[in-house]
Structures are given as structure tokens and as C-alpha cells.
Design a protein. Structure first.
Length: 449
């Protein structure tokens, strides 16, 4: 093979080094910050029952979606995830649309988490500015991702285990103080409409679990690794979600973990608020929760940065954006340029200071991704029935239909209750799609295989 061809091949190939345990760590790590902050804002919209109803439907969506998405990830183990599946199943235009929705989800979720990291860190070191801490976190963890995927995944696994154990300890400390009255008091303050308004915050419990598919190209044995990693991750997250929700609200009611004592401003720290009611804010357990809670935020922040880098990298590798973003670092074999560009965009979003709005826009991207992915799932089953599928979704076609239906319903409900943000998201999607049609489409006459 000529040297030039060999060099080109090396310049856009990722390194295979991940096993099932590391993929589990990534899958849980992507999401686990959603247990520590953000979800409680849904209580202000729907109360205990409203958020519980929304969360119940969202759990069904994520379980059915995850199994359906695992089939796609095992059949087409590429770094682009939803982009690659939609491109192959639905054509390059819907492929671009799915890929852009994925980019928006993965690029806009980290700024919200970075803001929470700054807020948690500020509790210990109030002399440091929250935004400055968040920016430093961006630089540090982007650097770690550039250094190497194996090092990044080992780090992710370690801090994810710490974060999971801390959630179990939190449940163990708070559940003995659980009172059913705290779940039922003022449980539906805004009626059933509150359940619809709470949907984005229910999604936040599980947002970005699909990022597991984006590391399929770096798995040692993609089929086995992704199948085990995906299924074990979603099972872990459902258990943690139910435990955390029940334990936190059951201590003193939903208002106590939304509003700090004497304040009408909503908090991003529901678990410390719950634990503080039992042990006070000077107790060892309280400080342990904040410290390890910071690990949980870092796990998701770092993990989604990793997934976002792969998503942007794939867009560059196929030429849908600058091809320079589709190159890997010659030594570390990581998508360094894509990671750096995502960092700059994320910091700009962070500087707006609008955490809730950023979460909602990321959720719009996620739901769009889920809808197009499930449509691509059915299209590929019809167009390519002989495609090797090492893993097939159970209870076909019930699972993908449920995932598609709930995602579509959730997107409509979110649009109704967040019309202004929906219009901003639509402008981002349609603007980039128009740019693709006018300037990129003709350069790519065929859909990828």
C-alpha cells in the first residue's frame, strides 16, 4: 500500500480499545449528572405526580429506544451514531438532519452541566467565580479527551462508580426518613398540564445514553461490547432514577428540594437540600454528597464531551462540515480538532447563563434524534432485511413503535410548552439544513454505505 494512502487511512481511523465495563461506565457516566441536578426543576412545573407521570413515560421510551438503538449500533458500528443510521436508511438529507440534531444535543448538554459543576465547586471555594470554574473544567476535560480514549474511559469508569455508590448511600440515608405524605402533598399543583411541562426534566434523567453508540468504532468487539454496555447501563440508570426521585422527595416534599430555605429562586442542588433536612449542612455526609456529587457532574460532562467529539468528527470525516474536523490526532488517535471546536461553542453557550433553556434545547435535539433513528430503524429493516444484525430488538415491532410514539408525543408537548425555544431550535436546524442543501448536497451524490 502506498505511504500516502496508508497515512490517509490512519488520519481518520479511531483506536479500538474499549471493553464492556468501560462502555457501561461511559453509558452511565453520560447520564448520571441528571440524577444530581436539573430534574428537580420539573417539580416546579408538575409537582410530584406531574414529574412522576412524565418520568414514567420517558422511562418506557428510553428502555424501548435503547434496545432498538442497540440493534442499529451493532449492525452499523460507526462513530456517527444516529447520523450513520439515518444516512443509510433514509438518505443523505435526513442523515444530515439526524446528525445535526445529535450535534446540538451533545454540544449543548455540556454547558448546562459545566454551570452545575461551577455551582457545586463554588460551595467549597466561594472565592472562585462559578463561570470561571466551568470554563476551566471545559479546558481540562477536553484536554483529557484529546490525550486518549482509553485514558478518558478509565477516568470515566472510576468517577462513575464513585457517583453511583454515592447515590446508593444517599438513598440509604434518606429512605428511613421517607414519608408517603411528602409525596402526596400538593402533588399536582398545575393539573395534568404540569406533566407535559415537566417532560424536558424527565428526559434529563436519561439524556445522552445513546452516546454509547458513538464509541462503537472504538470497541474491541463492537457487537458484544455495545450490547452488554447499553443494556446494563439503561438498567442501572432506571434503578438509580427511581431511588433518587423517591428518596429526595420523600424527605420533605417537592418544594423542599426545589427552593432553598427562605428563597424563591430554584436550586440546582436537590440532593444536598434533601440531605440537609436530615443531617444539617455541617455533617460529614452532607459534605461527602457534595464532593461525590461533583464527580457525578464531571462524569457526565466529560463523557458527553467524548461523544460530541465523535459526532462532530464523523460529520467532518464524510465532508458535511470542514474535513479538517474529520481527522484524528496522529499520536493519540482522538478527534482533537472536533473536540476543540465543540469546546469553543460550548463555552459561548455557557456564557449566556441560561441553564434551563440550554437543557431544553439539548432535549429538542435528543427527541429529534430518537424520532429519526426509529424511522431509520424501520427503513433499514425493510430495505436491507439481509443486513447482518448480531443483536435484534426484542418484541419487534412493539419496542421501536413505542419509542417512536412517545418521542413524537414528547416533542409536540415540549414545543407547545416551550414555543420560543422551539422556534430557536427550529431556526438552528433549518438554517444548517438549508446550508447543507445549497452548498454540500451536490458534492455528495450518494448515500454512504
Amino acid at each position: 500500500m502506498p505511504d500516502s494512502i496508508q497515512q490517509e487511512g490512519n488520519s481518520n481511523q479511531l483506536n479500538r480499545s474499549l471493553g464492556p465495563l468501560m462502555v457501561w461506565g461511559l453509558g452511565v457516566g453520560y447520564v448520571i449528572s441528571g440524577m444530581y441536578f436539573g430534574w428537580n426543576l420539573g417539580l416546579a412545573e408538575g409537582g410530584t405526580y406531574g414529574l412522576a407521570i412524565a418520568t414514567g413515560f420517558i422511562i418506557v421510551m428510553y428502555v424501548t429506544f435503547t434496545f432498538s438503538y442497540t440493534e442499529l449500533a451493532c449492525a452499523i458500528p460507526k462513530a456517527g451514531g444516529a447520523f450513520d443510521y439515518a444516512d443509510r436508511g433514509l438518505g443523505k438529507r435526513l442523515g444530515f438532519f439526524a446528525g445535526m440534531a445529535q450535534n446540538i444535543e451533545f454540544i449543548f448538554a455540556p454547558p448546562a452541566i459545566a454551570a452545575a459543576i461551577g455551582a457545586y465547586f463554588n460551595i467549597f471555594f466561594p472565592q472562585f467565580d462559578v463561570t470561571l470554574i466551568a470554563i476551566v473544567a471545559y479546558v481540562v476535560f477536553t484536554g483529557l479527551n484529546i490525550y486518549g480514549v482509553k485514558a478518558a474511559a478509565i477516568f470515566e469508569l472510576v468517577i462513575t462508580i464513585f457517583a453511583v455508590v454515592e447515590l446508593l448511600i444517599f438513598a440509604g440515608v434518606t429512605l428511613p426518613a421517607f414519608e408517603m405524605e411528602n409525596l402526596t402533598r400538593n402533588a399536582l399543583p398545575n393539573g395534568l398540564s404540569g406533566a407535559f411541562a415537566a417532560i424536558p426534566f424527565a428526559i434529563w434523567f436519561f439524556l445522552a445514553i445513546e452516546g454509547v453508540a458513538n464509541v462503537a468504532e472504538e470497541a474491541k468487539n463492537p457487537t458484544r461490547t455495545i450490547m452488554i454496555g447499553f443494556s446494563s447501563a439503561i438498567a442501572t440508570l432506571v434503578v438509580l432514577c427511581l431511588l433518587t426521585f423517591t428518596a429526595a422527595v420523600g424527605v420533605g416534599g417537592w418544594e423542599a428540594i426545589v427552593y432553598p430555605p427562605g428563597s424563591t429562586e430554584m436550586s440546582d442542588s436537590p440532593l444536598p437540600l434533601a440531605l440537609g433536612q436530615l443531617v444539617g449542612d455541617n455533617h460529614f455526609m452532607y459534605h461527602l454528597l457534595i464532593t461525590v456529587g461533583l464527580f457525578g457532574l464531571v462524569a457526565s460532562f466529560h463523557g458527553i464531551i467524548l461523544a460530541a467529539g465523535r459526532s462532530t468528527f464523523e460529520f467532518g470525516r464524510v465532508g458535511y462540515i470542514s474535513k479538517s474536523l474529520g481527522k484524528v490526532h496522529p499520536k493519540t488517535k482522538t478527534p482533537a480538532r472536533a473536540l476543540l471546536v465543540n469546546m469553543v461553542i460550548g463555552i459561548l453557550a455557557l456564557l449566556t447563563g441560561k441553564t434551563g433553556e440550554i437543557i431544553t434545547i439539548a432535549c429538542f435535539g435528543a427527541l429529534t434524534l430518537y424520532i429519526i433513528s426509529m424511522i431509520a430503524f424501520f427503513a433499514l429493516r425493510k430495505k436491507e432485511p439481509e443486513m447482518p444484525r448480531p443483536f435484534k430488538v426484542p418484541m419487534y415491532p412493539v419496542f421501536p413503535i413505542l419509542a417512536l410514539s412517545i418521542a413524537t408525543f414528547s416533542l409536540i408537548a415540549m414545543t407547545i410548552y416551550n414555543l420560543e425555544l422551539a422556534l430557536i431550535y427550529a431556526a438552528m436546524m433549518l438554517g444548517t439544513f438549508l446550508w447543507f442543501v445549497l452548498f454540500i448536497d451536490k458534492k455528495h451524490p450518494k448515500t454512504m454505505n
